[in-house]
Design a protein. Structure first.
Lengths: 766, 142, 115, 130, 157, 504, 89
């Protein structure tokens, strides 16, 4: 199983090479993998039907509770079959659609990675592994959406899709981690078995909100739906795959997957039910406003995602059955429709439905398949879509608390979708042939195989509902509902409210279709939707981010060294003094005030010298004063028993002065550059550091050290280290490593100075 | 011509140079027992050559030094680092002092040792580094 | 005496930071030199001040006579002085080159790399 | 012996004090240098001798002699260097300065100083530096 | 020859520094001195000719210190009295000696004697310019300086 | 006695000295460059293996027993950091062969690199606080010199800020070391771990801890002390930037880890709370800076800052898992961040600019470079299954467990913004077509491209990318090492016993 | 050594130091400052020697020796600076 899941990644590495090697036939060849995977997954059907769920164990990072365990149950199997099944057709389709395209080889590479990621996502039994694959789908779909990357629009759309889904993904990660910690396990099979632990935990609300943030963004729920139509920038095979069975369904998958663990509460019901219903309605409405064939399909996808979310939220038996049925139905017709749309686009060169017409004669197979798939989309018998729609109405009617609201929105959506299905299936193909950029003719077999098969399946499943019911939908429902349910799918449920609603929907759809151009005209004048929609929100927040980033960076990183230094010094002062007063209780130990007048005088001269150096207006005067301060410091060392320090200080001071003199001779004199106010401010900052240091010394002055390590060093100095100058012995023996480092500092400074002076590259600045 | 044309300074520099050189060796060797050591000695010898540089010019100073100061710098670092290695052949950690006390006439007991070699490395590094800097600066000026 | 030295060290820190906050790169480097001195004196002070007793072992003895100043801080300071010297030699030349390249002694003219 | 040491110390300190006072009181650079160079060097030297006498050990004595030697050797050289440089850069003299024989013989452009004793055919540009 | 003197001098300096006045000390000093000279004299054309006689150096050092003391008294008087009686000026002194050592020693001595300060030697080494505190009696001053020069040259020859 | 503990310091010191002795021979320097760093890498791997097998290793330099002499100590954290330094050193040495100009070589590029590594390894391994100061200075001065190699105006201006602020940091470190000695009379870290708790006024210990915190936070470029980094890191040759990016700030982070687990764990509620706030702001300010910029090296530089926040967050939360996360994050980050700079360098060699607005079309012509960019870029952004994800995951999980919601939220949002700026680079440099205005220059650079040079530059990139993928896919062994390292950090007794030879 | 002698000597030297410092700070020309610095170096030599006598520790004399040897270097450096045309204002 693990190999099956990861095989996509492996093939991805070789796909570009294979594509180049096999040229036009590569699509067929490469499709063997998803096809075999389909067969492989199908082989699990009996076991799953029997046992409900199979967990296959593979370890990965046990220390972090991350495993590669695979959970094969009805839900994951349904998805796995869709992914591999539809994937098979997509791969062949892409071979035709992108024939000879410069990027076809890498396209296959990304596509297989994406497929593998999707499989991993739906099959993972581990929350974190699931997330790993979740993010991989985001990234790979980013690469797919931005496939035509030299087009600015495509890049923008890809980025948008990525940011929205990854933003949600990060929330999801937090939610999943919380689930894992709360439930005490990161294995789905265990988490879902103990749903009450989650629901009773105080973190439950947070978990739900975080997880749903991930699911809603991924599955394009209102108000995050805007990225999805933009993702149409991708080539059609990608759209078909992303929107029918995979990427966008990941959110739905996860909601369904976690339903046994998180569902069954009011929060879940209202959030999913209402957001889903609104999404459903928004999708339908926006579809009705659109003229691009891919845009229409994108909005109907949003509708479908909303529907699924709503159904999972409702969570009744009927709703779950409806959800899984709808899921399958949608995957079948939507993939077909996308591929057909691509075929039309590919052959005519336009996506605008208003510019298409009369293709029936030239593209008969396309037309036929489009009709079947569209009928399923519209929810007309005898297609599988009809069954799904019936079940949906049944579920909305039975929804606890929000039945009226969701039923109403469902009806409205159904009408609009029926209309759009008709628009899609009829307008491009009927009427008189219109002038298009390319001369249209029927698409090649590689591009028609998928739609034809999938459309046929819509028909077959509609007529023979027991096939899907028995094979996977039933198991999937069981997985989502949390316990086994009887699932039967037929076209005819008798005369009941759902049927009435269906009829209403179709009638309304027909009306809308007939007056579509008027409707379109009216709706497209409602531009406020574009101006105030959530996409504006995205744009505004991107602008805000840009502004904030610019403002913050220019403010903080403003280029003024003294700002940097002031901030650094003040941070030092505040943190140190705060701790000094609050934690240490402001200790001050003056100690004995024993000093001679000359010690005092030397100390005073050092201070006065430092102050004079810092205010003098003569550059070399400052250097000379510095020299004096240096001699003063040397005197202090000598006065307090440090002859070596005295000598070193004197030598270093002398050399420093020499260096300064050598260097400064080209530099101009000081100018009074700063204002008096600035000088006062700087004096305050500088003074605060001075006060801090004084206080620190006075505080530490009070600590008596019992036995410093230097006592032992002194004792060893002569007998063990053969030296009478203990300081020198420390330097060359006890702490030779310090001195070695010190040497390298001096040496490095030498090299650095040499390089700086001698290596004068062209000045590339300004 | 260089502007530093003081005959008095040149003469003094020539006179002081050997004295300072000798003094630096003295400071180096006795550092272990009295104030001094490689670092101070290195600075003194650098001062001596800096004086010479001030009195004459870069070319003459380089000529007098013989080796490129950067070589002395590297050599000093190498000596200092290598001085820490012999003890490992006696099963001791790096920088363990090895002592070969020799009664050198005129200096009493001269304690030839790895710390002394280390200190000689220090001396060379300081000398090399300071002269690298000073000469580079003086050259840049000229 | 430690208390007085505490004031000296504080004043040195203050003066050096004040210099570093000027716009002149020359003052900046002088400030750095003072700062280094200040830190060394701080170590010297907090380790305790001893008069007239350098940490040297007289001939014929195994230990210093009577009291002696703690040699370890002295060794540390010596190392720090040398390191400071190396670093400052670099800094001194750096400002020299920065001046040559930028043509100004004014730090405010050196902002092209930040934003 | 102690008295001698004390005397030398006091004398030395006195000279140093006078030198410093001169540095404050004298009206121009050259005159200040007359004070500091001599008084400082002698003062320092006397105290060095005092130290040598005080300790009385050979090792210390030679060191104090070395101090004396170096002080006395380097002080005039430093003074010369500063005075010469200051002169070349046109330092202001006290307004009661009587004459300056050097000014007209100095070619500041090439820092060339003539003696005024040259034969007309002497090559003025010939530099005899060693 | 001069090199050998130098070597001896360095050896003396060495034993002075080490305080080890033994034959062995002298030997070590000679060895180190030799190495120092080895380093120094690799540059040709600067064979030192400064010093010939060690005792003369010592004698002259005493003279030097004496001159130093005199000059200080003079300056001290000027500094300590409230009014300035100086008559300063710059004058040129013709030089007789022409070795580096002679000129340098003379110039330094002049700096250390009362009221005079060497400024510079002309490039042809024939004239020493000095700053003097009192040039009211210029001839007297020149005479004194000539006398000093004679002593220096005597010492050196 | 464990000689191997000192080898990661001694090898680069020797290599550096030798390079200086042979400063006239470029060939010798190059060979020493590659062989020396390779030796360092091997030695550090041996050290890690030995530390893993035998526990904390100690060498008493000069045979003087702790706490009197200086000891080098290799615990797992130290050994891990050393290995990372070895990897970086070797990768950059190879990368430098074609990318560093002859002139730079002539002026000490190789010895400077060795000595930088020596300083870094010394800082990682030393068990003595003053010795740490010394090594920090070594690496600092080496970095100064590397930073100005080339002498452009930008380098000079950046260096003035870099030098000033880092010197201030060093001075504060020195002051803190001095105060510590004044309070305890010892410098040995293990000894301090014993003696600091004996100081009567524990508040005073906190005060000194603050000074260490300031100093190391400047080195680590934490908020609000990071200014030096974005001002300078984008100015030197790219190989140098990569080395800096990978290693330098990590020394600060390492020191924070060492000090605030071993020495200053007495007032965690106070000190680590400050660290936590710092971590949060560091993440945010850094990532916003990156969002603002359009020059690759500047973007990457600000990301260094931002990522430091995660590492400090691991320390600040101060739970076992958080420390694991922090250690894991450090390991991941060093590899990834350096690699990004290296990739940017290759892009530069192909297009002649680091400005995103001036380059493009790389994905079209050089898809392999795109993949090599994506690996570290996505890892940096925390995209699974690359190394960065697991680091982030562990830290976030630790944050959730500690119920520090604020910092978790910040960490997540910053992850998103990191992705944003990585994608910005991707979109502009790789996806966008080469802009017309700069096409001529790009063509010129393409023409001048030397295939062998590109190969040499790409090899280390591939190597680092493989490590990134490996840390991700085979996270378990890395996790185990990080876990053991964190355990050593949390329980100092092993460290103290290994160094002082007595039970604390 | 008699304490009062030491005190007087210190006093004179310290006053000298202060006076030189005033000259150092006031200038006016760079040469004046350098002369003052020279003098300060000399006074420092004297102070160290006095301290050695006062504490009876001869080791401090080495410090004075080094200072006597190298103290004039700063002056030479400044002189060179002046001659090179650095107009230190
Ligand atoms: Na005179
Ligand atoms: Na970094």
């Amino acid at each position: 199983m693990l190999i099956a899941v990861l095989s996509g990644f492996i093939l991805a590495a070789f796909a570009p090479w294979l594509t180049r090697a096999f040229g036009d036939k590569a699509g067929w060849l490469l499709a063997i993998l998803p096809a075999s995977l389909f067969v492989y997954f199908a082989s699990f059907i009996p076991a799953v039907s029997e046992q409900g769920a199979v967990v296959l164990e593979y370890s990965w990072i046990p220390g972090l509770d991350i495993s590669l365990n695979m959970l094969v149950d009805g839900l994951s199997l349904l998805f796995a079959l869709l992914i591999s099944g539809i994937g098979t057709f997509i791969i062949t389709y892409a071979g035709g659609y992108l024939r000879g395209h410069e990027y076809l080889p890498r396209f296959y590479g990304i596509m297989f990675s994406f497929m593998a990621a999707m499989l991993g996502l739906v099959l993972s039994n581990n929350l974190i592994t699931l997330f790993v694959f979740w993010e991989l789908t985001s990234i790979t779909s980013f690469l797919l959406i931005g496939f035509n990357h030299e087009d600015k629009q495509a890049r923008w759309c890809a980025l948008q899709g990525l940011l929205v889904t990854v933003a949600g993904g990060l929330a999801l990660l937090a939610g999943l981690v919380m689930i894992g910690i709360t439930a005490g396990s990161f294995e789905l099979s265990e988490v879902l078995a103990g749903g009450d632990v989650l629901r009773d935990n105080p973190l439950y609300t947070a978990i739900v909100l975080l997880v749903l943030a991930g699911c809603f963004t991924k599955s394009a729920q209102v108000p995050f739906h805007f990225w999805l139509p933009n993702a149409m920038a991708a080539p059609t095979p990608v759209s078909a795959f992303l929107h029918s069975a995979t990427m966008v369904k990941a959110g739905v998958y996860l909601m369904a997957r976690l339903n046994p663990g998180l569902g069954g509460t009011d929060l879940w019901l209202y959030l999913l039910g209402i957001v889903g219903a609104l999404t459903m309605f928004t999708g339908s409405f926006m579809a009705l406003r659109s003229t691009g064939i891919k845009a229409i399909l994108a909005y109907t996808t949003i509708m479908a995602l909303g529907t699924l979310t709503m159904l999972i939220g409702i969570g009744t038996e009927a709703a779950i059955i409806a959800a899984m049925t709808f899921l399958l139905a949608h995957a079948l017709y939507k993939a077909a429709l996308f591929m057909l749309a691509g075929a039309v686009d590919h052959e005519t060169g336009t996506k605008n439905i208003l510019k298409l017409g009369g293709l029936r004669g030239l593209m008969p197979i396309t037309f036929l398949a489009a009709c079947v798939a569209a009928l399923s989309l519209a929810g007309l018998p005898p297609l599988f879509g009809f069954i799904a729609k019936e079940l949906m109405f049944e579920a909305t009617i039975g929804a606890p608390g929000i039945a009226f609201f969701v039923s109403l929105l469902a009806l409205a959506s159904a009408m609009m979708i029926a209309a759009m299905a008709a628009v899609f299936a009829i307008r491009p193909f009927t009427g008189e042939l219109k002038e298009t950029p390319k001369t249209p003719h029927e698409a090649p077999p590689s591009m028609l195989a998928g739609p034809v098969v999938l459309a046929s399946l819509s028909l077959i499943f509609g007529l023979l509902g027991f096939i899907p019911a028995g094979a996977v939908v039933g198991s999937a429902v069981q997985a989502v509902y949390g316990s086994p349910l009887e699932v039967e799918l037929y076209l005819w449920h008798g005369f009941n409210l759902p049927l009435l609603l269906s009829v209403l929907a179709i009638v309304g759809g027909v009306v809308l279709f007939l007056r579509w151009e008027q409707v379109l005209d009216t709706f497209s004048r409602m531009t406020f939707i574009d101006r105030f929609g959530p996409e504006r929100g995205y744009e505004k927040s991107m602008d805000g981010l840009t502004w904030l980033a610019a403002w913050q960076t220019r403010t903080l990183q403003n280029g003024y060294l003294r700002t940097y230094l002031s901030v650094t010094v003040l941070t030092t002062v505040v943190l140190t003094l705060w701790a000094y007063f609050v934690r240490a209780g402001a200790p001050v130990h003056i100690g004995d005030l024993d000093f001679t007048f000359y010690e005092l005088a030397v100390a005073g001269l050092v201070v006065v010298g430092a102050i004079v150096a810092s205010v003098t207006s003569s550059r070399l005067g400052a250097v000379a004063t510095l020299g004096m301060v240096g001699f003063g410091v040397a005197l202090i060392y000598v006065l307090f028993s440090a002859p070596d320090l005295g000598i070193t200080q004197i030598m270093v001071e002398t050399l420093t002065v020499i260096l300064l003199v050598l260097v400064l001779y080209r530099l101009p004199g000081f100018l009074k550059l700063s204002s008096p106010a600035a000088r006062v401010r700087d004096a305050a900052i500088a003074g605060s550091l001075g006060v801090t240091m004084t206080l620190l010394i006075l505080a530490v002055n009070g600590v008596t050290v019992v036995e410093p390590i230097s006592d032992q060093l002194t004792a060893w100095s002569y007998p063990e280290a053969h030296g009478r100058n203990i300081v020198n012995v420390i330097l060359v023996d006890f702490r030779a490593l310090d001195t070695l480092g010190e040497l390298f500092v001096v040496g490095l400074a030498g090299i650095g100075v040499y390089a700086m002076i001698r290596l004068r590259a062209e000045d590339k600045g300004q | 011509m260089t502007s530093m044309g003081s005959l008095i300074l040149r003469t003094t520099a020539r006179f002081l140079l050997p004295l300072l050189l000798l003094f630096s060796v003295f400071i180096l060797l006795r550092g272990h027992d009295e104030p001094g050591g490689g670092f101070i000695a290195g600075l003194i010898v650098s001062t001596a050559f800096a004086l010479y540089l001030f009195a004459f010019d870069v070319a003459r100073t380089r000529e007098l030094m013989g080796a490129d100061p950067r070589f002395l710098l590297g050599l000093g670092l190498l000596i200092a680092t290598l001085s820490g290695i012999p003890p490992i052949f006696f099963g001791e950690p790096f920088f363990t002092g090895l002592w070969w006390p020799i009664d050198v006439p005129g200096f009493g007991e001269v304690k030839l040792s790895t710390p002394l070699i280390f200190d000689i490395g220090v001396y060379l590094v300081v000398f090399g580094a300071v002269m690298t800097i000073v000469l580079a600066l003086a050259e840049a000026e000229e | 005496m430690e208390a007085i030295m505490a004031l000296v060290v504080g004043a040195l820190f203050g003066a050096s930071v004040y210099m570093m906050l000027r716009r002149s790169i020359v003052k900046l480097v002088i400030g750095l030199i003072l700062l280094s001195n200040a830190a060394n004196l701080l170590i010297f002070t907090v380790s305790g001040l001893t008069r007239g007793a350098p940490p040297l072992i007289p001939e014929g003895m195994q230990m210093p006579d009577g009291a002696w100043a703690d040699p370890l801080p002295q060794a540390l300071i010596l190392t720090a002085i040398v390191i400071g010297f190396g670093v400052l030699a670099f800094a001194v030349v750096l400002i020299h080159r920065a001046y040559e390249v930028v043509g100004e002694d004014d730090l405010d003219q050196m902002r092209s790399t930040d934003t | 012996m102690n008295t001698l040491v004390a005397f030398l110390m006091l004398l030395g300190a006195g000279f140093v004090f006078i030198g410093a006072l001169g540095a404050i009181r004298m009206p121009d650079l050259m005159l200040r240098m007359h004070a500091t160079t001599k008084a400082g060097a002698l003062g320092g030297g006397l105290i060095a001798i005092a130290a040598g006498l005080h300790f009385g050990e050979a090792a210390v004595v030679v060191r104090t002699i070395a101090i004396l030697f170096f002080v006395v050797l380097t002080a005039p050289v430093a003074a010369h260097a500063i005075a010469r440089a200051a002169y070349f850069t046109g330092v202001k003299f006290w307004d009661r300065t009587l004459k300056d024989e050097m000014r007209e013989k100095l070619d500041t452009k090439g820092n060339y100083l003539r003696s005024g004793l040259e034969q007309p055919d002497d090559d003025a540009g010939d530099d005899q530096r060693g | 020859m001069t090199l050998f003197v130098w070597n001896i001098l360095l050896a003396i300096a060495w034993i002075s520094l080490t305080g080890n006045f033994s034959g062995a000390g002298m030997l070590t000093g000679l060895i180190f001195g030799y190495f120092v000279l080895l380093v120094i004299t690799r540059v040709s054309g600067q064979r030192p000719t400064y010093v010939r006689k060690v005792p003369q150096i010592i004698g002259f050092t005493l003279f030097y210190i004496w001159e130093l003391t005199k000059s200080n008294v003079r300056v001290a008087y000027e500094v300590l009295t409230p009014t300035h009686t100086m008559k300063p000026g710059v004058i040129g002194i013709e030089l007789e000696g022409d070795t580096d050592a002679a000129i340098t020693i003379l110039a330094n001595l002049i700096t250390m004697t009362p009221g005079t300060l060497s400024l510079d030697v002309s490039n042809d080494r024939r004239m020493l310019f000095i700053h003097a505190m009192y040039i009211d009696d210029e001839e007297q001053l020149r005479r004194e300086l000539k006398d000093l020069e004679r002593r220096v040259l005597e010492l050196l020859n | 006695m464990n000689l191997v503990v000192a080898l990661p310091v001694m090898i680069p010191l020797l290599a550096g000295s030798l390079s200086l002795v042979f400063f006239k021979s470029h060939a010798a320097q190059r060979w020493i460059g590659v062989l020396g760093t390779a030796a360092l890498l091997i030695a550090s791997l041996v050290l890690l293996a030995k530390t893993w097998n035998e526990g904390i290793l100690v060498i008493e330099m000069g045979s003087w027993p702790a706490p009197f002499g200086i000891v080098l100590v290799s615990d797992l954290l130290g050994a891990i950091m050393t290995v990372l330094a070895g990897i970086m050193g070797f990768a950059v040495a190879v990368y430098s062969l074609p990318s560093i100009s002859r002139e730079h070589e002539a002026f000490g590029y190789y010895p400077l690199t060795h000595l930088l590594l020596a300083g870094v390894c010394g800082a990682f391994l030393t068990g003595d606080i003053f010795n740490l100061y010394v090594w920090v200075e070594v690496l600092l001065v080496a970095s100064f010199a590397l930073l100005i190699l080339g002498g452009t105006r930008g380098q000079m201006e950046g260096a003035v800020k870099y030098v000033t602020l880092n010197l201030f940091s060093s001075i504060m470190l020195l002051v803190a070391v001095g105060l510590t000695y004044g309070m305890t009379g010892t410098l040995n870290m293990a000894d301090l771990a014993v003696k600091l708790p004996e100081v009567e006024n524990q508040g005073l210990v906190t005060v000194v801890a603050m000074l260490f915190l300031i100093s190391f936070s400047i080195k680590a470029a934490a908020f609000p002390l990071f200014f030096w980094l974005p001002a300078s890191y984008h100015t030197p040759p790219i190989a140098v930037s990569a080395l800096f990016a990978g290693l330098l700030t990590k020394v600060g982070v390492y020191a924070l880890y060492r000090f605030f687990t071993l020495l200053f764990a007495h007032d965690v509620g106070y000190t680590h709370e400050i660290l936590l706030w710092g971590a949060g702001f560091t993440m945010i300010t850094g990532v916003l800076g990156a969002a603002y910029h359009y020059e690759m090296r500047r973007i990457l530089s600000f990301h260094i800052v931002s990522q430091i926040g995660y590492m400090i967050m691991g320390l600040a939360l101060f739970t076992p898992l958080a420390l694991v996360g922090g250690v894991f994050y450090i390991m991941h980050h060093i590899i990834v961040k350096a690699n990004l700079f290296l990739v940017a360098g290759v892009a530069y060699f192909m297009r002649g600019s680091y400005e995103l607005k001036e380059i493009g079309g790389l994905w079209r012509t050089r898809p392999w470079l795109g993949l090599l960019f994506l690996v570290p870029a996505m890892s940096l952004a925390g995209i699974p299954p690359l190394s960065g994800f697991f680091g982030k995951y562990i830290i976030i999980r630790a944050g959730v467990e500690a119920e520090s919601w604020g910092i978790v939220a910040v960490a997540l949002v910053v992850g998103l913004l990191t992705l944003f700026s990585m994608i910005k680079i991707w979109n502009e440099a790789f996806w966008k077509a080469q802009p017309e205005e700069t096409a001529a220059r790009a063509e010129q650079f393409e023409k001048a491209l030397n295939q062998r040079a590109v190969t040499l530059m790409v090899l280390p990139i591939i190597g680092l990318a493989i490590i990134t993928v490996f840390i991700g896919l085979a996270a378990q062994p890395i996790y185990e090492i990080a876990d053991a390292a964190a355990a050593q950090l949390l329980d100092s007794s092993d460290y103290i016993e290994a160094v002082l030879g007595v039970q604390p | 050594m008699t304490p009062w002698v030491v005190s007087v000597v210190f006093l004179l030297l310290i006053i000298g130091l202060v006076l030189s410092f005033i000259r150092l700070a006031r200038g006016p020309s760079l040469a004046d400052r350098v002369v003052a610095l020279e003098l300060i170096a000399l006074i420092t030599v004297a102070l160290i020697l006095t301290h050695a006598i006062a504490t009876d520790v001869s080791d401090f004399i080495d410090v004075a020796l080094v200072l006597a040897l190298t103290g004039f270097m700063a002056a030479i450096g400044f002189a060179r600076f002046l001659e090179r045309g650095g107009a230190g204002k």
